[in-house]
Design a protein around this ligand. Structure first.
Ligand code: UGA
Length: 433
């Protein structure tokens, strides 16, 4: 099938490369000329395991091509996926200006029947807006259908998530669109749920909000564990063994970040309010999440007192491991909170230093985690990079001025920390003093 992808960011590029790998002819469009030039040279401008190889192979075999022109990109396409960004406005509302802009461009350049699919995460009823724009811009007599096909890709495992999804959601209002999209997804052999467009849009927001809720819930329980002297890892295991609850997304820690959960939770709260419902539950999810950053600082203060002039080393800057993405990363909040307290900050990350130093050019960055330990009063594990689990604790302890680790991801074993003579604090497993 001929497909066009508008917006070649994380979602667009993964979607385009994977559809090409499945044998379709895909044109990826982006208005960023530099990005398109680099993609034509086989360079993916962000880190996603396996994506560069997939893009190169499909480009070389002629199934994947790139252009900056929407007109050219959609000319032969039967299906056009809109994959542009929907960032947060200061109010928390989703900014749909990019969606509206490309919808107008698509409408003006429609040259025959196509299915126009929202893949970007959008508030419910955006499909109606897209349809209205297309109707207003397309030439008389040209037919089209709008559909919603939300993505459930995680950064770091996006290709696997695309190729082996738990489910594919297809929101349509016409049989023709539904049969075209069913044919496109058939090779994945995945469970497919056909819904109306508004339900599909809501499934996406509700899925991300529910996962964020699970994280805030377990973080709240972790805080109770600390007060009661219980162990959150055991509690989470015990809860998760109930199949109705499930074990995933019950890792307590410093709170969720990234380009999706924070933005989608606030956009969901906003659209709910616009529709007449105040989503207090999700407001609390956000509040708990913000609180987790602060509690890490309070943990530091409970050992070190005033943080002014104290050297604090941050282990991890990306919002989660296996990505260099720092959007809404807990590390950003920590840096701001530590700066307010006039602490001396050092930072380490295996891949995210270039991105982080664009926002904070004046921090001390280190490529070697042992270097940030030299003379430090505390280390904070911010990202659960597996390499932090295997740090040589004896070596670290000898390097530090004060042997304190605040483990924001519950990566280390408290018993081992005790044996090695560390002061140690984690989330929901008490403190070792
Ligand atoms: C998330 C969803 O998992 C995807 O299904 C969705 O498609 C995507 O958003 C999106 O809307 O595009 P992603 O943001 O890549 O994917 O990352 P996750 O692996 O879901 O992690 C999000 C945050 O939650 C990270 O900061 C992570 O550290 C945190 N987290 C996750 C926890 O604190 N505890 C957990 O148990 C799980």
């Amino acid at each position: 099938m001929n497909i066009s992808i508008i917006g070649s960011g994380h979602v667009g590029l993964v979607t385009g490369a994977c559809f090409a790998e499945l044998g379709n002819k895909v044109v990826c469009v982006d208005n960023d000329e530099k990005k398109i030039r680099s993609l034509k040279r086989g360079k993916v401008p962000f880190y996603e395991p396996g994506l560069e190889e997939l893009v190169r192979a499909n480009y070389e075999q002629g199934r994947l091509s790139f252009t900056t022109s929407i007109r050219e990109g959609i000319r032969d396409a039967e299906v056009v996926f809109i994959c542009v960004g929907t960032p947060s406005l200061p109010s928390g509302e989703a900014d749909l200006s990019a969606i509206e802009k490309v919808s107008r461009e698509i409408g003006k350049n429609l040259n025959g029947y196509k299915v126009i699919v929202e893949k970007s995460t959008v508030p419910v009823k955006t499909g109606e807006r897209v349809e209205k724009i297309l109707k207003g811009t397309a030439k008389e007599g040209i037919n089209f259908d709008v559909a919603s096909n939300p993505e459930f890709l995680r950064e770091g495992s996006a290709i696997k998530d695309f190729m082996h999804p738990d489910r594919v959601i297809i929101g349509v209002n016409s049989r023709k669109a539904s049969s075209i999209l069913l044919e496109l997804y058939e090779p994945l052999n995945a469970p497919i749920l056909i819904t109306d467009i508004k339900s599909a849009e809501l499934i996406k927001h509700a899925s991300n909000a529910f996962l964020a809720l699970k994280i805030s819930f377990i973080n709240a329980v972790a805080n109770i564990c600390d007060l009661a002297g219980a162990d959150i890892k055991k509690v989470a295991k015990g809860i998760g063994l109930d199949k109705r609850i499930g074990e995933s997304f019950l890792n307590a820690g410093i709170g969720y970040g990234g380009s999706c959960f924070p933005k989608d939770v606030s956009a969901f709260i906003h659209i709910a309010k616009e529709l007449g419902y105040t989503f207090h539950l999700l407001e609390e999810v956000e509040k708990i999440n913000r609180g987790q950053r602060v509690r890490v600082i309070e943990d530091l203060e409970s050992f070190l007192g005033n943080l002014e002039g104290k050297t604090i080393g941050l282990l991890g800057l990306s919002f989660k491991p296996f990505t260099d993405d720092i959007r809404e990363s807990p590390a950003i909040d920590l840096v701001n909170l530590l700066r307010e307290r006039k602490a001396i900050i050092r930072a380490h990350d295996p891949v995210a230093i270039p991105n982080f130093s664009r926002i904070f050019p004046n921090l001390s960055y280190f490529e070697d985690p042992y270097k940030i330990a030299e003379g430090a009063h505390a280390l904070v594990i911010v990202t659960d990079w597996p390499e932090y689990r295997y740090l040589n604790l004896k070596k670290l302890k000898n390097l530090m001025a004060y042997p304190l680790i605040v483990d924001g991801r519950n990566l280390l074993d408290p018993q081992r920390m005790k044996e090695t003579g560390f002061y140690y604090s984690s989330i929901g497993r008490g403190k070792i003093r």
